[in-house]
Design a protein around this ligand. Structure first.
Ligand code: NAD
Ligand code: UD1
Length: 330
């Protein structure tokens, strides 16, 4: 698998005139979503400091951009003085570093608390101490839990059913409190299921599309957990990067949370079928036990982010799967 998939920056050139040249901190910038953001920021001629402990991210993901405008600092978001020093050099932070797997958070809830909540709190506190640098951070659709009605909107109260979802919700609550008490401006981006090039398939906890594509490449059947009727709103990483940049660019004061999805969902059974069609194969999936603590249905109402940030999900699932498959097999 190559690095590839880096034409994403091109589609953001029109944002440059509004955005002003600046230096940004990107935590988790060596990871899947973060590395695409680093690429886009470079394409807009911004400077970038990546803070990443390389626990799931890889230096190779951002190797192409390391140089005079982009540097990688290997360190932990829970290191308070490091985070303060790095934020001091920048105009604001995109905060993506996290323990990202729902099942892993169920196995290791205190680690999720420490990385996901305390890490975010560390950054909010650093911002407060430094004259309120803007923070755009990754929240999650997992804050919604299971609902009676769909699509889910930002006006619905959070009802998480996993440590991961709870800790992401608590990040938002702290961010709102820091906005009210200390005027720290921040945006919580409730990503739905993000996929695309550079998503790492190597762990059983990896994103489902990366795993399914890896299985297809090797001619192996995947395992679908449960009966496969669960749904997800899959959003291409290029659209997520667009949303992140628009959130940083927004002049809105205080705290806001936004759904970042496509507003369409598919069952996991359908996902496998679509992927088989893309590749031109017909391999039946195996069924395994359902995962504990995961939501069944996921579907975003994206009218708030469309209206307030001018976000538009550009890439259809079919288009995004083709791009991702092509990257994985190049
Ligand atoms: P990823 O695992 O590729 O990226 C996470 C990055 O954070 C990695 O580079 C990892 O090395 C780094 N990291 C982890 N712990 C760290 C620590 N203590 N200090 C410094 N760096 C640390 O995952 P991703 O899919 O790119 O996720 C990025 C963000 O988006 C996360 O906050 C995740 O919770 C959120 N999110 C992702 C999805 C999705 O579908 N991928 C959906 C909703 C939310
Ligand atoms: C994902 C993200 C999480 C994010 C959330 C938002 C990852 C690893 N997790 O969680 O960070 O906050 O979306 O909605 O990116 N599945 C299979 N077979 C597999 C793997 C998965 O059937 O081999 C199923 C799972 O049971 C689940 C669905 O596919 O029903 C999606 O799983 P996964 O990609 O792990 O994502 P989420 O748990 O939804």
């Amino acid at each position: 698998m190559g690095i590839g998939g880096d034409n994403i920056a091109i589609q953001f050139n029109h944002l440059q005139k509004d955005f002003g040249l600046a230096k940004y901190l990107v935590t988790g910038g060596a990871g899947f979503i973060g590395s695409h953001l680093v690429s886009a920021l470079n394409g807009l001629d911004h400077q970038v400091i990546v803070l990443d402990n390389l626990s799931s991210g890889r230096r190779e993901n951002i190797e192409n951009w390391l140089g005079p405008n982009t540097c990688l600092v290997e360190g932990d978001i829970r290191d308070q003085s490091l985070v303060e020093n790095l934020l001091a050099e920048t105009a604001g932070a995109f905060h993506l570093a996290a323990l990202v797997s729902v099942p892993q958070s169920i196995e290791r809830p205190t680690e999720s608390f420490s990385i996901n909540l305390e890490g975010t709190l560390n950054l909010l506190e650093a911002s407060r101490k430094q004259g309120n640098k803007k923070i755009v951070f990754a929240s999650s659709a997992a804050v919604y839990g299971n609902r009676h009605s769909y699509p889910v909107s930002e006006t619905m109260a959070g009802q998480p059913i996993s440590p991961y979802g709870l800790h992401k919700l608590m990040c938002e609550q702290h961010a709102e409190l820091f906005a009210n008490l200390y005027n720290v401006n921040s945006v919580g981006m409730r990503f739905f299921n993000v996929y695309g090039p550079r998503q790492d398939p190597s762990s059983p906890y990896s994103g489902v599309i990366s795993i399914f594509i890896d299985r297809l490449r090797r001619g192996l059947a995947p395992t679908i957990y449960g009966d496969g009727s669960q749904t997800r709103d899959f959003v291409y990483v290029g659209d997520v990067v667009q949303a992140l940049i628009k959130a940083m660019n927004s002049k809105k004061q205080g705290f806001a949370a936004y759904n970042v999805g496509r507003g369409e969902s598919v069952t996991i059974n359908m996902l496998w079928q679509i992927l088989c069609d893309v590749v031109g194969t017909n391999l039946p999936a195996k069924l395994g036990p359902a995962r504990e603590g995961e939501i069944h249905t996921s579907l975003a109402n994206i009218s708030k982010i469309e209206a307030e940030l001018g976000y538009k999900a550009e890439i259809t699932l079919q288009e995004g799967l083709i791009k991702t498959y092509e990257w994985a097999t190049q």
